[in-house]
Design a protein around this ligand. Structure first.
Ligand code: ZN
Length: 172
């Protein structure tokens, strides 16, 4: 039997936060808040992990649903809509109500995962691929907007150069 605890994988949450953050053109502080509320919400899974493994063994980590059969709640308040009483006050004063926006989208993704559990792996793969394409598209368009001309090939070359300089390699 499935319970309501069927989280999207953390990399999927992270990819979505990056996508949304690029669209909103977040600054440094806003990125921090976005990751805290969009990704770190899953920290409660870490606290519940020990009990889950004790009850089900290590191999159960790979299960689609982390239903541990004990019936005990192992998600914090932050994984339920009622968490809005904590998040909403924190969101006041932020552009786009950032904490609320990213926390809400985290819950939305987890809900999507639960609603499509029978096909969860497929749904998540498609969703993650779409988000990665979206990240590329948004970053390409913002790169493109800073110059008079430029195509995808030139953008890839630019990314390659940035990566090399980030890794302190000689420019090719
Ligand atoms: Zn979650």
């Amino acid at each position: 039997m499935y319970t309501e605890d069927d989280p999207m994988l953390t990399p999927t949450h992270l990819a979505f936060v990056v996508f949304l953050g690029l669209i909103l053109a977040l600054d440094k502080h806003e990125w921090f808040v976005a990751v805290m509320f969009g990704v770190f919400v899953d920290i409660d899974h870490v606290f519940g992990l020990q009990r889950y493994v004790e009850a089900n063994g290590y191999s159960a980590i790979m299960a689609a649903s982390w239903d541990d059969g004990t019936g005990e709640p192992w998600k914090s308040l932050m994984h339920y809509p009622v968490g809005v009483v904590i998040v909403a006050p924190l969101a006041i004063g932020w552009r786009f109500m950032l904490p609320l926006l990213f926390w809400g989208s985290h819950l939305g993704l987890d809900y999507l995962q639960t609603a499509t559990l029978a096909h969860a792996a497929v749904v998540e793969s498609i969703f993650l691929s779409a988000v990665i394409v979206g990240i590329f598209a948004v970053s390409f368009l913002s790169w493109r907007s800073t110059r008079s001309a430029g195509d995808v090939r030139q953008y890839l070359q630019y990314l390659g150069r940035s990566l090399r300089s980030m890794l302190y390699l000689d420019p090719a």
